[in-house]
Write a protein that binds this ligand. Structure first.
Ligand SMILES: [Zn+2]
Length: 431
């Protein structure tokens, strides 16, 4: 009986790890030889707030503060965090029932304790991990160290924050903004010149930015990574386009960097894949295709864009991205043409997706998504569904559904390029 139970548990664990898919196995592979963080504890003592991580060994640490929104950023070498990301969001560990506060993530989440509203941890670049703490009030980093545990194995990382005046905090933040932290050390991908159109697939979120949390503990970053890898494989097999991924592992990539990569490889199409929770309303469901616009098509689109545009802030970057908006006529023409193609592809995609049924009641929407702002690359953001919807979550985690959906998106991509080379091109640009 006991043996059977333990076997069942093992099978269940295996199934869970398969849900994590490729991202999970990459994490496992990487964890070898990398320090492991196994537990975290948050305490207050008077004006001090202390966040302590248990580590397998001491690591080198450095920290700085950022304003607007107010955050503490702690940089580390690569650390494998074996800690539920929900802990830092005040989200209870996965269990059934009690849906409401588990889907909260960011919106309406209550401050955790003392100076800490919430915190996140994970990779921000190859071999670089980071902890980002959202603050409830201004602090200075009072103590930041990593030391061996007294009388035991392993080590601990101590982050101690002391309350200070706002003016002092702003002065500190200005200092750290000057010595700007590294955005991303990853090289821009290069592609061999190819007769085939280049499609850039962008798995949303990654690393320290987990994206949305499903009630059962499934993370958006893993679901979309898995989907994107499958889509890439399907498109490569079709042989009609060349595929480049903006991330091929569980790592944070800044929004501007995703756009830069697409432009650097001369992408003819950019698809950013997501699966968010929008609200606590489990009845909102189905896929939505977003294009960029200066003014949002509706309030819901505006909220989704606002949430997606937070990614850099979650990753501990200075939120003020170079806007780089050139205003000359040639640029405007290019951008207008690009937006027309983005619309054509969005409509094509919605058309193909209809076969599998699960479309949002208003499936093509638009808003000011930063990741869609390449002026010369037709770009869409595909929300596969909502993790807050029971039906969508069931679909998104089912391999059969994923394969079918992947196939529809691939056909839409192939159909889009077939039409572009076949005469529809003219109709669009002549407008
Ligand atoms: Zn997302």
């Amino acid at each position: 009986m006991v043996a059977l139970a333990s076997r069942l548990i093992r099978i269940f664990a295996l199934a869970l790890s398969m849900l994590g898919g490729i991202a999970g196995s990459l994490d496992l592979a990487r964890a070898q030889g990398v320090p492991v963080a196994s537990a975290v504890d948050l305490q207050t003592a008077g004006e001090l707030t202390r966040l302590v991580f248990d580590l397998s060994e001491p690591v080198s640490v450095s920290g700085h503060v950022l304003a607007a929104p107010d955050r503490v950023v702690v940089d580390l070498p690569e650390v494998s965090f074996k800690i539920d990301p929900g802990k830092g969001q005040g989200v209870a560990p996965a269990k059934t029932g009690n849906r409401r506060n588990q889907i909260g993530q960011m919106q309406g989440a209550k401050p955790l304790l003392g100076a800490v509203a919430a915190y996140r941890f994970g990779l921000v670049a190859a071999a670089k991990s980071r902890i980002v703490i959202d603050l409830t009030h201004p602090v200075r980093i009072h103590r930041l160290l990593s030391e061996p545990q007294q009388g035991g194995k392993g080590a601990r990382l101590v982050i101690e924050l002391a309350k200070i005046e706002r003016s002092q905090f702003l002065a500190e933040a200005a200092k750290s903004a000057q010595s700007k932290p590294l955005m991303s050390s990853q090289p821009t991908p290069t592609v061999e010149p190819s007769a085939l159109p280049v499609v850039v697939l962008d798995a949303g979120h990654g690393g320290i930015d987990t994206g949305a949390n499903a009630p059962n503990g499934v993370l958006e970053k893993d679901i979309v990574f898995d989907f994107t890898r499958n889509l890439a494989a399907r498109l490569e097999m079709g042989g009609k386009v060349k595929v480049i991924l903006t991330r091929d592992t569980d790592v944070f990539v800044a929004l501007g960097e995703r756009v830069r990569r697409a432009r650097a490889v001369g992408a003819a199409l950019f698809i950013s894949v997501h699966a968010d929770t929008l609200s606590n309303d489990g009845s909102v469901s189905g896929a939505t295709v977003y294009t960029v616009s200066d003014r949002a098509s509706d309030a819901e689109a505006a909220r989704v864009a606002e949430k997606e545009n937070q990614s850099d802030i979650l990753g501990g970057l200075d939120g003020s991205e170079d806007q780089g908006d050139v205003s000359d006529i040639l640029f405007d023409l290019t951008r207008r043409e690009t937006r027309a193609y983005s619309h054509v592809f969005a409509r094509t995609l919605v058309g193909y997706w209809q076969d599998i049924g699960s479309l949002n009641k208003n499936p093509h929407r638009s808003a000011g998504f930063r990741v869609l702002k390449a002026p010369d690359v037709p770009s869409v953001l595909l929300e596969l569904g909502y993790l807050s919807s029971r039906n969508d979550l069931a679909s998104l985690t089912a391999p059969q559904w994923r394969d079918k959906a992947t196939d529809r998106v691939a056909r839409a991509v192939e159909g889009f390029f077939m039409e572009r080379t076949g005469g529809v091109t003219k109709a669009v640009t002549d407008r």
